[in-house]
Design a protein around this ligand. Structure first.
Ligand code: ADP
Ligand code: MG
Length: 260
């Protein structure tokens, strides 16, 4: 049972998150909240900062200003005596363990089978007993429809199958938050559906997800909320159906007229 307090706590909370690369300000004050169990889809033109924002949540980039919390923990910092202190590497690693990320490119270890890929992090990072992890990994591969491919190497799998292994691999760490960065953009069209089906199932099972995607059908059907980003800010957000059929901001209207 969740206590009232944890039930109310957002899984992700961003307050005026800023990020620059050199002189280029890529995130110009992102404000948003993702509630536990929510599926938030993020759309927006290329270069608008979507990947950078996901990477900030997962400690792959460090924010320059603002605050970012995951499950109530300040990302990258700890408050002590009213001051912010940077987290130690070990603390960062602890925070990252609870976050699964799936990229456009599958990044599987080529010399490992599907099963070994899924088992790798829990065994190596979490030092969990191999036999337990193996059981869980087999179950996860079955869940993503690859029960008959556990002994296959990435090169023997289609892009869609590899991406489903990548999802199972992220889930093996039993994350409380899953980040997807255009997970189907590199796939041949006929392979997209199987991956989206797995993500939809995951959403139905209650996983909290932030999904950067161009799949408007998925956003409409599976998303609880839809965020339109442009130029490093959240231009518009709301219920997916509302944003997609009745966009309020001219920039959203312009973007949707090009992609829908
Ligand atoms: P999106 O995912 O919405 O396409 P990104 O977050 O990848 O956008 O990129 C936003 C902007 O930040 C782009 O102009 C990109 O070139 C720049 N950018 C991203 N990562 C880096 C980096 N590591 N160094 C310099 N510029 C970067
Ligand atoms: Mg991107």
């Amino acid at each position: 049972m969740k206590t009232d307090e944890t039930a109310r706590r957002p899984m992700v909370r961003a307050e005026q998150v800023h990020k620059s690369f050199g002189h280029v300000e890529v995130l110009k004050g992102i404000d948003l909240e993702v509630q536990p169990g929510e599926v938030m889809c993020v759309i927006g033109p290329s270069g608008s900062g979507k990947s950078t924002f996901l990477r900030c949540i997962n400690h792959l980039e460090k924010i320059d200003a603002g605050r970012l919390w995951v499950d109530g923990h300040l990302v990258g910092y700890r408050e002590k005596g009213g001051k912010l202190h940077e987290l130690r590497d070990r603390e960062v690693a602890e925070q990252r363990r609870d976050i699964g990320m799936v990229f456009q490119r599958f990044n599987l270890f080529p010399h490992m089978t599907a099963l070994e890929n899924v088992m790798e992090a829990p065994v190596r990072v979490k030092k969990e007993p191999k036999a337990e992890v193996r059981q869980r990994a087999v179950a996860l591969l079955e869940r993503v429809g690859l029960g008959d491919k556990i002994a296959s190497y990435p090169a023997q799998l289609s892009g869609g199958q590899q991406q489903r292994v990548a999802i199972a691999r992220a889930l093996a760490m039993q994350p409380k938050l899953m980040l997807f960065d255009e997970p189907t953009s590199a796939l041949d069209p006929e392979l997209v559906g199987d991956v989206l089906d797995v993500m939809k199932q995951l959403a139905e099972d209650g996983m909290t997800m932030v999904v950067v995607t161009h799949e408007m059908g998925f956003a409409r059907e599976v998303g609880d909320s839809l965020v339109f980003m442009d130029g490093g800010v959240v231009v518009e957000s709301g219920a997916p159906r509302e944003v997609l059929t009745n966009p309020q901001h001219p920039r959203t209207q312009d973007f949707l007229s090009k992609v829908l």
